[in-house]
Design a protein around this ligand. Structure first.
Ligand SMILES: Nc1ncnc2c1ncn2[C@@H]1O[C@H](COP(=O)(O)OP(=O)(O)OP(=O)(O)O)[C@@H](O)[C@H]1O
Ligand SMILES: [Mg+2]
Length: 462
């Protein structure tokens, strides 16, 4: 038996110490974000997982969100919901609640300023048992559930209840803000050769389970990926699929919004474990020497200033303050050794050949993944995703054309999109074939031209 929520709220207004004679219960609060830097608390996440799995059947109201296109359901405890739990015959109660903050936010994203927390209530005579073995049990279970989830995902089965809502963090200057991450991409829907896909999934899962290995060899539990390839080949899509596979949060780090290395360090320290830190278009944020590239409109001004020797010193000074490649690499190498938990770092670029070899050498980036133009195997995945077909009489023609024509999966997908109800399978594939054929013609005439030019220059050499 326990007393009503309102009553307990009332009681909290009084000093715990004074009331400890009449009020025999102990309460512990677990905030979602902790510390000065407001990191997402690992205990909170674990409790969230634990409660959503043990309480789904119990809680009277459950927050349910249907994740778009994905049939999976996110169930979690609603605010002000209470669940009872039992441990070694002892009853205790969990309540979820939030404080609504008043700070003004200037982020572009709809940032909620709510501070959520869980509150655990139990009789004070069980204090030792609850604080010791019970909480240990909750944290362990909470973490294990996530791992179990991953296995379900790996086997490619549809999951009915996903225990954890993932978040997408973006930095607005030196602060992270987040929205709920609900990208539907999975490795199943990713258009890519099956072998390559499986190799990447295997790599990710092995990494996520290798805690013991990393601690034994004394290295930070992190792994770097470099995704490269032309625009529209699925780099961003793959990152979403990675997050969905592992159940990780995503931190989308916009380097150009970071003022200096101090800010960068702050941002990186604030990332929680089980997350993917993404730096998109690395070639645009940092230039080859590792100095941050001056903003486009300022470029000329910067050039001009270089002409004046008087200004030179001040430019150098300003630069040393900014985000540098070496700063970034040092953080990645060193910083996280001090932080527990696993982290993936993913860089993307359209021009791998422009990158500093120091950035992409093995060890810093553990895995290089090339995303490339659409092959027939990738096309079949897209046909299945968009039109639900495994074969069609036009597939042969498409296969032949794809061997010769370079087209991105994004462009192929565009043709396969059922734009109107009247647009049937045949029309979709025909429009794709048409596009491939005109691309082929353009490619061929281009080839002739270059051959001609080469022929000419060879002649002039002779
Ligand atoms: N390999 C793929 N599998 C499935 N869909 C894809 C693939 N590549 C591209 N697409 C589709 O094309 C769109 C654009 O792809 P995406 O944003 O992942 O490309 P990108 O490689 O990140 O491009 P950019 O270099 O411009 O950032 C996606 O919304 C997705 O629907
Ligand atoms: Mg992208």
């Amino acid at each position: 038996q326990y007393f009503p929520y309102q009553f307990r709220g009332y009681i909290e207004k009084y000093s715990q110490r004074l009331l400890s004679f009449v009020y025999p219960y102990v309460q512990i609060t677990f905030n979602e974000f902790t510390g000065e830097r407001l990191m997402r608390s690992e205990a909170y996440s674990a409790i969230e997982n634990y409660l959503s799995s043990t309480s789904s059947s119990q809680a009277k109201r459950l927050k349910a969100d249907i994740v778009k296109n994905n049939q999976s359901l996110v169930l979690s405890m609603d605010d002000h919901e209470e669940v009872a739990d039992e441990f070694q015959g002892i009853k205790l109660w969990w309540a979820s609640a939030k404080h609504v903050g008043k700070t003004q936010s200037f982020a572009f994203y709809p940032v909620t300023d709510e501070k959520r927390f869980y509150k655990l209530t139990f009789h004070k005579k069980h204090r030792d048992l609850i604080i010791g073995p019970y909480l240990k049990h909750v944290l362990k279970e909470g973490k294990a559930i996530k791992v179990r989830n991953r296995h379900v995902l790996k086997e490619g089965k549809a999951i009915k209840v996903r225990n954890r809502q993932r978040k997408l963090y973006t930095n607005n200057g030196s602060n992270w803000s987040h929205v709920v991450f609900e990208h539907p991409a999975t490795f199943q829907t990713l258009a890519m050769e099956q072998d390559k896909k499986e190799e990447i999934m295997e790599d990710l899962i092995t990494f996520s389970q290798a805690e013991e290995f990393y601690s034994r060899i004394g290295r930070a539990w992190k792994r770097g990926y470099l995704l490269y390839g032309p625009p529209g080949t699925g780099k961003s899509t793959m990152i979403a699929a990675m997050a969905n596979l592992l159940g990780y949060d995503i931190y989308d780090l916009e380097l150009t919004a970071v003022k200096d290395n101090t800010e960068l360090r702050k941002l990186l320290i604030e990332t929680s474990s089980k997350s993917i830190i993404v730096i998109e278009d690395i070639d645009c944020s940092l230039d080859l020497t590792g100095q941050r590239r001056p903003k486009k409109e300022k470029k000329d001004e910067a050039e001009e200033m270089k002409q004046h020797p008087m200004h030179k010193a001040s430019i150098e000074e300003a630069k040393s303050d900014q985000v540098t490649l070496s700063g970034l690499l040092n953080f990645i190498d060193g910083l996280w050794s001090a932080c527990g938990g696993e982290r993936l770092i993913v860089f993307t670029t359209n021009f791998v050949e422009k990158l500093d070899p120091a950035l992409i050498r093995k060890g810093r980036m553990d895995k290089h993944i090339e995303l490339s133009y659409c092959g027939f195997e990738a096309f079949k995945v897209l046909a299945k995703n968009y039109q639900k077909v495994d074969s069609h009489k036009l597939f042969g023609r498409i296969q032949d054309l794809l061997r010769e024509v370079r087209i991105t999966p994004a462009d192929v997908a565009e043709h396969l999109m059922p734009k109107t109800a009247s647009r049937d399978l045949q029309t979709c594939f025909e429009s794709l074939i048409q596009a491939l054929e005109s691309a082929k013609q353009a490619q061929d005439s281009n080839k002739e031209e270059t051959a001609l030019i080469q022929g000419l220059s060879e002649k002039s050499v002779q």
